[in-house]
Design a protein around this ligand. Structure first.
Ligand code: CP
Length: 316
């Protein structure tokens, strides 16, 4: 069964990027493809972009999208096997996912990490329980460890903005934050950038090393100034500690990108997945200036989702 949960291989990624660009040129070219089919978008956590873009993408394929905010509107789900449900949970994932699997042709799930139970987060336990019991194709709307729809939109955005004469230098830089933030966007961006053959440098303060399963093949440079020199694309993102799991280890505001940081990266474009905390993670100057690609990235979320849904419908 075909799921969309991670980067698979370069050929598939290139196919998905091309399809997204086709849909961007003409969003309605496949408007009959999803007729009489339904996608269930299940949110266990908040969302703006992922929620709206996935619905629009489905609509443009003629497919009905039903959104359920399970964290607020659904029964409290029990995820563990074999427990006596005599506490707060009301419905078992086995039953809930089984029912959802009988209502929809595709399920799409957002399930953030706990940032407290590392083992469970690394296994993507909650997300995988939906896959295990729904019995239908599942799309990740961001899991505990990956955000592949965001990364696909990011790859489309890089494709649209890169020159053809040289391989672009892509830098993923850590940014300050006041909350403990998941690793999913950073992990996924690294996985896709490396997988798509980009020259990726990752920079962060000491202690913020990401899971090396996602960063193999990237240059890790702890000096942000050195890392940014000559960059063509700078992806800004906070993440919490991985080794010191879910902890905030540093809030040094000098890591927040300003024009001064890009003195040696004159043509660098700035990327961020949004939502962004202005003047904490990224300055107004950067977000609203000519280097910013953030609106283009967010817009491309529609066509990334449309490409993935279409690809799954082709396999069904
Ligand atoms: N980038 C992103 O996933 O945005 P939302 O959390 O608003 O969906």
């Amino acid at each position: 069964m075909m799921h969309f949960t991670k980067f698979e291989d370069k050929a598939t990624a290139e196919k998905l990027i091309q399809k997204a660009l086709d849909y961007k040129r003409d969003p309605w070219i496949d408007q009959a493809k999803g007729q009489r089919k339904r996608i269930g978008c299940i949110f266990l956590n908040p969302s703006l972009r992922t929620r709206a873009s996935t619905q629009i993408a489905a609509q443009q394929l003629g497919m009905e999208a039903i959104v359920m905010n399970m964290d607020k509107e659904g029964w409290a789900l029990e995820m563990r096997e074999g427990v006596t449900m005599n506490k707060g949970t009301v419905e078992h994932i086995r039953d809930a996912a089984g029912v959802l699997g009988s209502y929809f042709d595709i399920l799409a799930i957002r399930a953030f990490p706990s940032l407290t139970n590392k083992q469970e987060d690394l296994e993507d336990f909650v997300f995988n329980q939906f896959i295990k019991y729904s019995g239908i194709p599942v799309i990740s709307l961001e899991s505990a460890i990956r955000h592949p729809l965001q990364s696909l939109a990011d790859m489309v955005t890089i494709h649209e903005n890169r020159g053809i004469d040289k391989k672009p230098k892509v830098v993923l830089t850590w940014a300050p934050h006041i909350k403990a933030i998941p690793h999913a966007v950073a992990n996924s961006f690294a996985e896709w950038a490396i997988g798509c053959g980009h020259d990726l440098t990752i920079t962060h303060p000491y202690g913020y090393e990401l899971d090396e399963n996602f960063t193999k093949g990237a240059n890790i440079v702890l000096d942000q100034k050195e890392a940014l020199a000559g960059a063509d694309f700078v992806y800004v993102k906070n993440w919490s500690g991985f080794n010191d799991y879910g902890k905030i280890l540093n809030t040094d505001s000098s890591w927040m990108l300003t024009e001064k940081h890009l003195k040696h990266a004159k043509n660098a474009k700035i990327m961020h997945c949004l939502p962004v905390r202005r003047n904490l993670e990224l300055s107004d100057e950067m977000l609203d200036g000519p280097r910013s690609l953030v609106m283009q990235q967010a817009h491309n979320r529609i066509f990334a989702a449309q490409s993935v849904i279409s690809h799954i419908l082709d396999q069904k």
